[in-house]
Write a protein that binds this ligand. Structure first.
Ligand SMILES: [Zn+2]
Length: 400
């Protein structure tokens, strides 16, 4: 898949790819700088920058913006990335649902949709549906821009090396499903794949609050709790993809028994299911999560307290994660974020309580500001990462 050939058919060395990646990333963070400024920032010579830029401009990934009216170096031509000319197809496989999108490299979603499928549906049929969705997008959009890659998010656990869904709990047919391989045989387009929580973290890193951070953790707090850990700019997967499964990190070593075998798992205290379970036990079996949302929105103190308690437990979990990973930013996604400020305040104050003031003052805990579903945006971000980290451009040469 990853042939290292330059846009004119010549071989692109590893070093060239690395330098190209460095320049692209600098330009992403500092739009409208000129070649000289890129040389200063990267430590490359002016001649090298000019040479490398020629390839990027040839394929249309970088453009000179002579009309630019912002602050600029008078005698130099400002450069920018042409995000809108490069497209990504994203597919998010969920339990009983598919979501899809086509977006440009800035994360702007051009088209998207979703549909349910019966859990009894055969795996083959689901894969064929995915193939059909991708074919349609290719047919409709390949004349409008370069399709850089296909990003797939799946519920864990996955086998990253093989590009397989290892299994889906309670779905007997879903075992060792080679999603990536299947799509790579059907389409001549690179396919990236990762788990939901890692996808959301990549979305944060490439398209959200995490743009300026190298070390961040994104936490998805919905029915369960999962996280994606980004260290030095990349997802940390661990030995076999377990890293970030913080829903089963114990915050009470003698606490309630969890299905996973551990006791006092974070998920049992801080998730949507945990809050709903507790509300039912205390205030009536008919209560569901919607009731809780309504009551908290009305300022009902009993329900607000439940939500704050859940936030507190999450804050303790974040304090533990801070000692393990020392992130600059923790970004929160998922259904629990609907509670906004009372919940967030409680998360922050519990974390601060368990960390020294020096540590806690240097840790930001924020609600995500991503404009769309973080997991679906994550499928786009996977391909952004691929292109910016490994900018092999030969597929795009001569197409524009
Ligand atoms: Zn557990």
């Amino acid at each position: 898949m990853m042939n290292a050939h330059g846009p004119k058919g010549k071989n692109t060395s590893q070093l060239q790819l690395e330098n190209r990646s460095t320049l692209l990333k600098l330009l992403r963070q500092n739009s409208h700088v000129c070649r000289k400024e890129l040389a200063d920032m990267s430590g490359l010579t002016g001649a090298a920058v000019t040479y490398l830029m020629r390839d990027l401009i040839d394929v249309g990934l970088v453009a000179e913006d002579r009309e630019y009216e912002g602050p600029r170096n008078k005698n130099a031509i400002p450069l920018k990335i042409s995000y809108e000319r490069f497209l990504v197809i994203g597919i998010s496989v969920r339990r009983g649902q598919l979501a899809w999108a086509i977006a440009d490299l800035s994360g702007h979603i051009i088209d998207s949709g979703s549909a349910g499928f019966a859990l009894t549906e055969s795996v083959d049929n689901v894969l064929k549906t995915i193939e059909g969705l991708i074919s349609d997008y290719i047919a409709d959009y390949s004349t409008k821009g370069h399709i850089v890659g296909i990003g797939i998010s799946v519920p864990g656990p996955i086998d990253l090396e093989k590009g397989e869904i290892s299994y889906l709990t309670n779905l007997p047919g879903w075992k060792a499903i080679p999603v990536r391989g299947y799509l790579e045989t059907k389409f001549d387009i690179p396919v990236m794949m990762d788990e939901d929580a890692n996808a959301a973290a990549l979305a944060e890193r490439w398209l959200g609050r995490g743009k300026d951070y190298q070390n961040l953790i994104s936490i998805l707090v919905s029915k369960g709790i999962g996280s994606g850990v980004i260290i030095a700019g990349s997802i940390y997967h661990g030995t076999y993809g377990l890293a970030g499964e913080i829903g089963h990190m114990s915050i009470d070593f003698e606490g309630a028994q969890c299905e996973c075998g551990n006791r006092g798992c974070l998920e049992l205290y801080a998730s949507v299911l945990a809050v709903t379970r507790r509300a039912r036990k205390l205030y009536g079996a008919e209560i569901d999560f919607d009731t809780i949302k309504e009551q908290v929105a009305l300022g009902e103190p009993r329900f607000t307290r439940l939500v704050e308690d859940a936030g507190r437990y999450l804050g303790y979990g974040i304090a533990n994660l801070t000692y393990a990973f020392n992130p600059e930013l923790v970004a929160l996604h998922g259904e629990m974020t609907v509670f906004g400020s009372p919940w967030l305040k409680s998360v922050r104050s519990a974390a601060a309580q368990r960390l020294s003031p020096e540590i806690s003052s240097r840790l930001q805990i924020e609600l995500s500001t991503l404009p769309a579903d973080p997991v679906l945006l994550g499928t786009v971000a996977m391909v952004c990462e691929y292109l910016f980290e490994y900018p092999v451009l030969e597929r795009f040469a001569g197409q524009h």
